[in-house]
Write a protein that binds this ligand. Sequence first.
Ligand SMILES: Cc1ncc(COP(=O)(O)O)c(C=O)c1O
Length: 310
Amino acid sequence: MTTQLEDLSPANGSEAGTAPSPPSDMKVWIDGAVVDAADAKVPVIDHGLLYGDGIFEGMRIFGGGVFRLDDHMRRFESASRALAIDLPGGIEAIRGIVLETARAYGAPNAYLRLVATRGDALGVDPTQCGAPRVFCIAAQLTIFPAEKRARGIDLITSSLRRPPADVLDPRVKSLNYLNTVLAKHEARLRGADEAILLNQAGMVSEASVANVFAMRRGCLVTPPVTDGALEGITRMSVLDIAKRAGIETAEKSLGRFDLFDADEVFLTGSGAGIVPVGSLDGRKIGRTRDLTDRLTKEFERFGRENSTAF
Ligand SMILES: Cc1ncc(COP(=O)(O)O)c(C=O)c1O
């Protein structure tokens, strides 16, 4: 069964009276065991639920292995340090949980969502929380249907700006995603698929759950993470693949001008992979799809070669 976790459209069960239950094949590691999603429960005073006080990773299983597991573990550990959440058992124990979840789920291709919250407390004071809570979900996830990908997805420029690092550092993959959830909602309400968020200086930071790339004048450019982007694992992989293929790459600021003028624009993320973009704010963008298609093919091979078997 395919789950559109990121899709807020009514067709996906958000109409009154049709609240979706978790897909029957979804598995969750929680409290020391892997259980069916329907049996995975967290208390209503979990700080992640009440305040978005926690961190997460979204990972892909490719061909029976977890893609770039060590990089995901490094980023998760960095986020835990940034928020001062002590990971129970340390990062090695967390790594074991991810592999145990993947093994129990068993599918050779799937999506994993690892979450750590600060624990339980009703008030906002983080010092009052009990022990941090960890859980890991395994499921199937398709963010954009194949026909959308074939056409290239439609973007809007969100009216919301990405918060600067002194408000909430976008490099921390925290559970506080209201900024990008609302940007995505804005895109869906305007009939588009995804939103680009600009930073306070009006430069492109990223999309709601993906990094942005533009091929322009022979150079593949993505904004530096200091422009308000997550240090995406797929982003890093695409930069590696492109460099190895002799393609010039740069991490430098992009404006909307650069996207309108680009030969190709695509998004990258663990959930969606490499996603061609067809339009921005109602205007067709891009002239070719050659590099996007080439990188997509290379990425499939790279994915299998850089995965940790479970
Ligand atoms: C805000 C944001 N930017 C970018 C990405 C892409 O990062 P990655 O390639 O590591 O999945 C994500 C992934 O969830 C994200 O949430």
